[in-house]
Design a protein. Structure first.
Lengths: 160, 410
């Protein structure tokens, strides 16, 4: 139980932070990056019990990107930082290795299967990101909702 | 804090306009032909003003009002500075008419206005009720004026925008961000006619001043390593610029400093790469000893990446050799006596992590979802090829190993 907890919460957190360091992300974003990565991974693990790997990575990307956009608005910084953190635990690194390995050992059927699986996972991530990124930016800003109320009120007053 | 022009529903702001001009039909006289601006913060409107363009390259500030709770905090002054800059391209003189009250006159004089002329009994003739301010009845309208020198040079602003765009693109900003930042900078300095076209390797900008002068420039931006810290800094700077806290010269100086922000220390990066490798190996189901070996391989791989970066080697070589190195090291570790239980894939799937082109991948997706297929596909190919190179490196080494040992079970 404790081992599972460490592996599924601590490991993605540390791994994500370590990875974003390679891209020179400023120190003040480390914790939020770690959280984004962890959330993505947890959603992936959770949904994996019910659906295939590619669908699971779609949902994981969806959750991670949604969190990224909220963090971006809150911390006023480019979203790339959090997107990077969110997808990195999901990237099919193992799939690439196995594809190369099967290709070399001449197990073409297995290579094709592995390769396609990795591509499917990548597509899941792409779709997840594209979905959330396409939501207009204003929705994630607090004063959009406040402003909407105000505009509505003005409209009501004008109609009266 | 941002200022924007209001073109519709100007009458929604009547409450605020009445603060400065107490009679509604007087406001109606200029409201439709006048250009209206609002200064808002977090959705609250703090200051509004109305300017009317007149003959002979002059304009008149008809009304400026700040919400009562926010008066005396410099918002009005800020607004006046903004409209002075805004009209400096198309007008030479700005007039403002006001009653004979000392506070108001002192305010305009602080903003750089000087006395112009007086219209006698203006307030008595045009207003139904007598107006009292500071205990005195207002009678004459006192006009003040300000010379609007051309404060903005199109070339300089376009150069500033281009420099900001170049730094963003070079360090891994999305196309969308590059273009928006450049446009935002131009708009802040009142250059409305501006077009930006950005690709993964180049930026084109063309700007037109209000006098019809055109300026065009192209900048080639070679692909290089991502530095998201710099992207975040430029983003902050662009926010400051559009809020009006930073002038052109100051912005240039700041960009130069930002451009020289060094990457994180080599040793730190190597350690981070190792940690990432070890932890991700564990995450993907490797045993603890495998993860530890993965940590070592990750460190060494990144040492190679840093060396290659210094020598400006091409991506093909960096990644293929990277793949070879990690496979060789993993095979080596497998042959250390007493470590027989290590699996090759357990070590390699972690060690791949530092080579994965995360930023290129993320940016490609962002560009494609913004319908910028040109830059998106270029960056996607850039990212996918890295995977192919790694696979080639790993594959070649494995093949050679299998042939040498005679297909020993891996």
């Amino acid at each position: 139980m404790i081992r599972e907890l460490v592996i599924n919460v601590f490991a993605p957190f540390v791994g994500t932070v370590a990875y974003v360091i390679l891209f020179n992300v400023p120190r003040r974003y480390y914790i939020s990056c770690g959280i984004t990565g962890t959330v993505g991974w947890l959603v992936y693990q959770f949904t994996l019990t019910a659906v295939s790997a590619s669908t699971a990575s779609f949902f994981a990307a969806l959750a991670a990107v949604f969190l990224s956009r909220m963090l971006t608005v809150r911390m006023k910084c480019p979203i790339t930082i959090f997107l990077l953190a969110g997808i990195i635990p999901l990237v099919p690194g193992a799939g690439i290795y196995y594809t190369a390995y099967y290709l070399v050992t001449n197990q073409l059927a297995a290579a094709g299967q592995r390769g396609l699986e990795s591509v499917k996972v990548a597509f899941g991530i792409v779709l997840g990101i594209a979905f959330v990124v396409s939501i207009p930016r204003e929705v994630f800003q607090i004063h959009y909702w406040r402003g909407r109320k105000r505009r509505k009120r003005l409209k009501d007053i004008n109609q009266m | 804090m941002e200022i924007c022009r209001i073109t519709e529903n100007k009458r929604d702001y009547m409450d605020m306009l009445l603060l400065a001009d107490p009679q509604e039909d007087m406001i109606e006289r200029y409201l439709d032909e006048g250009e209206m601006f609002e200064l808002s913060e977090n959705g609250d409107v703090l200051t509004v003003c109305v300017v009317v363009r007149m003959k002979n390259r002059s304009c008149e500030l008809k009304n400026i009002a700040t919400a009562e709770a926010y008066q005396g905090r410099g918002y009005g002054k800020y607004m006046i500075r903004y409209i002075c800059e805004h009209y400096s391209g198309s007008c030479d003189t700005m007039y403002v008419g006001t009653g004979n009250s000392e506070g108001t006159l002192a305010f305009y004089k602080k903003c750089g206005f000087i006395n112009s002329h007086i219209v006698e009994d203006f307030f008595v003739k045009n207003y139904k009720k007598p107006i009292f301010e500071e205990g005195k009845q207002l009678t004459d309208m006192i006009y003040l004026k300000k010379q609007l020198d051309l404060e903005i040079d199109v070339k300089k602003v376009a150069d500033l925008a281009l420099e900001a765009g170049r730094i963003l693109l070079k360090n891994g900003g999305e196309i969308f961000r590059v273009e928006e930042t450049m446009k935002r900078i131009c708009r802040r300095f009142h250059i409305e006619q501006v077009d930006v076209f950005t690709m993964s390797h180049a930026i084109f900008i063309s700007a037109q001043s209000e006098s019809g002068e055109d300026y065009c420039k192209v900048k080639h931006v070679p692909l290089s390593a991502s530095h998201l810290g710099i992207v975040a800094e430029v983003n902050d700077l662009s926010r400051e610029i559009s809020a009006g806290h930073v002038g052109v010269e100051e912005a240039f100086a700041k960009l130069e400093i930002i451009d020289r922000i060094p990457p994180k220390k080599g040793a730190f990066q190597v350690l981070a790469a190792g940690t990432g490798s070890g932890v991700f190996a564990m995450l993907l189901g490797s045993s603890v000893p495998e993860s530890i070996v993965s940590f070592g391989i990750g460190c060494l791989i990144y040492v190679w990446v840093l060396i290659a970066k210094k020598g400006k080697l091409s991506k093909i070589i960096v990644n293929i050799v990277g793949g070879v190195i990690m496979t060789l090291l993993a095979i080596l570790a497998m042959h250390i006596p007493g470590l027989k239980m290590l699996r090759l894939e357990g070590m390699i799937i972690g060690a791949i992590m530092p080579l994965i082109p995360g930023v290129a991948f993320v940016n490609a997706i962002r560009d494609i979802s913004d319908s910028d297929f040109l830059s998106g596909t270029v960056r996607m190919i850039d990212a996918l090829l890295v995977f192919v190179y790694i696979a080639i490196g790993v594959g070649v080494t494995l093949a050679a190993y299998n042939n040498l040992i005679g297909g020993l079970a891996v």
